[in-house]
Design a protein around this ligand. Sequence first.
Ligand SMILES: [Fe+2]
Length: 386
Amino acid sequence: MTIHEFSFPTRILFGPGSLAQLPALLKAARVRRPLIITDRGLVSSQICYRLISTLSDAGFSAFAFSDISPNPTVPEVHAGGRACRDSSADAIVGFGGGSALDAAKAVRLLATHDGDVLSYEENAGGLIRPDMPIFIAIPTTAGTGSEVGRSTVITDPTHRVKKVIFSPHLLATTVIADPELTLGLPPHLTAATGMDAFTHCIEAYLARGYHPLCDSIALGGIRLIDEHLPRAVRDGSDLEARGHMLMAAMMGAVAFQKGLGVTHSLAHPLTTVAGLHHGLANGIMLARALEFNLPVAAQRLSDIAQALRLAPGGTAEEQARAVIERVRALAAEIGIPPSLSAAGVTGEMIEPMTEQAAADGCHQLNPRTCSAAELRQLYEEAMQTS
Ligand SMILES: [Fe+2]
């Protein structure tokens, strides 16, 4: 008999204005000196000002560490760890998109764990302990869902590789998901981050493995994103659409603890080799990856068609094709480029990208096995508008 383990433990405060709960939450945990971890772009923004004034109005002397780049590096998180120890911070408040939240997880780890952050890669034999300052994760984008994730991705700039540090102890103590904080996100970033969340939900549903809990959450997320992403891109001030997208992004990240798939394996090198935004890369590759999976995943794709109320009464394959068409139409509607070449990718990048995609772990749970030749072909096809 196989024993499965399921876990959905994150406490989430969700809703417009929920940021106002932060001081009470910190006081209840007897916090005195919270350290805000954010990124260079956000630190001077209106929403970061709102966060700092929320804390100072409540009597906290909060300070921010913001020397964090879009792909947080080892030296950056080490500097954050030193800032945390030097200031005797007793709570970490991660504020931003995936980069800031990933950096916050690593800084929190280094607050109480000695040595190089990379020595904790993949929990390095259980070295990560629970004795860390409390961690409040406050997302300002609706995409990665890093706020509910138990891993952080840190770039090793010496070897130009990304390392994953994973432990259940890295989970946020509490997430404050306030859709008002996402209102200022421009349309192109709303679209790209939203497609990342959409890809998480779809790939999690198609991933191999037994996880009916994640499957249901994934289908719910797919439905929310299909309905609300075009609205959020069209009108950034649509608070209802922003709220549903923020929720759907968390659903995607909860669901992909089941696994991801070939779209993510293709997307990762598009960032490291071609410099594309992660969500944009997923947005360009998703429909093509679904075409690739169609021969083995028609039944699962037809479940998605049911969730989206597409092609009622057709065969499983007809319904699966309707899903692929819907993904393509949604991407076009929100301004995702129609091909890799339209996004600035050039032919000579394909070989190094293929090598990295083949070595990427995400496609291990893809419903259809992928060879390097098939990955190369997917890139080549995606250079053209389909
Ligand atoms: Fe992703």
